[in-house]
Design a protein around this ligand. Structure first.
Ligand code: BG6
Length: 304
């Protein structure tokens, strides 16, 4: 491990901006600290576990009970969901939300950008382990840019000889002051699949207030993507978090509420009051079909 961290620092560290460290349970992590913001990324899952613009509180919620264990998903931050969203369509024994969030990514490059932001580029390719779960050749690139905004770009490339179908999500957990004092804007008038009510299709008639467990897939949401009009208004922290997206037509809103929070070992009983997930997704009918050589980029910019 010490050798891996040393080698990563020798090749990719950026003076006073980006360095590699041993994280929880010995997992390698990247620390970014520049003039504009700080962030932490675990190579396992390409998982952003912290993002904090200078002078502000953390934007992402991390579970204080997150289990940082090899091949296990990390609770909180931004899990990368890929190549399928939710349970596997045919084989329920395959991992929920795919394998990208539990696989260790390779570092491809690091960059200090002229606007003082810092970029980390990670990559994953098919291996015998991924082929056993999903028998396809692929290259997946994840670019994370840390500045006043956090920019995440996930690019899938079909390197095989047959068309592949991919789903996924940037499963962002946002930190909120109190769940009873926020509302989410931008999804008014959109239809959603209510995953807690036999997948019934319902319509959003007002801004979203969360007063109970919520697990919804909003569809045809591409019009909410560009201007950052999908936003969390937080009356307790007195701030607004906006999310701008590309390559996505579906948006997932999730809060486990009390009962489910208690049932999850890696989630504090009251944690549901301090978080909400808004996921930039390729879910249900929004999966993408990539012919050999084709690419698809799912991206998200988060800012205050
Ligand atoms: C959401 C799903 O995306 O992720 C929920 O819509 C699920 O159904 C939630 O409970 C958390 O999933 P996991 O696998 O991280 O516990």
């Amino acid at each position: 491990m010490a050798h891996q961290i040393e080698a990563l620092n020798a090749q990719f560290a950026l003076p006073e901006q980006l360095w590699f460290q041993t994280g929880e349970n010995g997992l390698p992590k990247v620390q970014i600290d520049n003039k504009l913001a700080s962030a932490e990324i675990y190579l396992q899952g390409g998982h952003i576990t912290a993002f904090q613009p200078r002078g502000n509180k953390p934007v992402l919620w991390m579970s204080p009970l997150a289990q940082f264990q090899r091949n296990k998903a990390i609770r909180g931050g931004v899990p990368i969901i890929w190549p399928w969203f939710g349970p596997h369509a045919i084989d329920k024994h395959k991992p929920q939300h795919g394998f990208a969030r539990t696989t260790e990514w390779q570092v491809n490059a690091t960059k200090a950008l002229p606007d003082s932001s810092t970029q980390l580029q990670l990559q994953m390719q098919d291996t015998p382990a991924t082929q056993a779960l999903w028998p396809h050749a692929f290259e997946l690139n994840l670019s994370i840019t840390v500045g006043t905004e956090l920019k995440i770009e996930l690019t899938s490339r079909n390197t095989g000889e047959q068309t592949i179908t991919i789903g996924g999500a940037l499963h962002s957990y946002f930190a909120v002051g109190d769940i009873g004092q926020i509302h989410i804007d931008g999804l008014l008038g959109h239809n959603y699949i209510d995953q807690l009510d036999s997948n019934r299709i319902k319509r959003q008639h007002e801004a979203i207030h969360i007063r109970q467990e919520v697990d919804r897939i909003y569809f045809d949401t591409e019009d909410t993507c560009t201007e950052g009009i999908c936003a969390i208004f937080d009356a307790k922290l007195l701030r607004q978090i906006y999310i701008k997206r590309t390559g996505s037509r579906s948006t997932v809103i999730w809060n486990p509420w009390e009962k489910k929070a208690k049932a999850m070992a890696d989630f504090p009983d009251n944690g549901y009051r301090q978080m909400v997930c808004i996921e930039t997704a390729n879910a249900v009918d929004d999966v993408r079909h990539l012919a050999p050589g084709e690419t698809h980029t799912l991206s998200q910019i988060i800012g205050l």
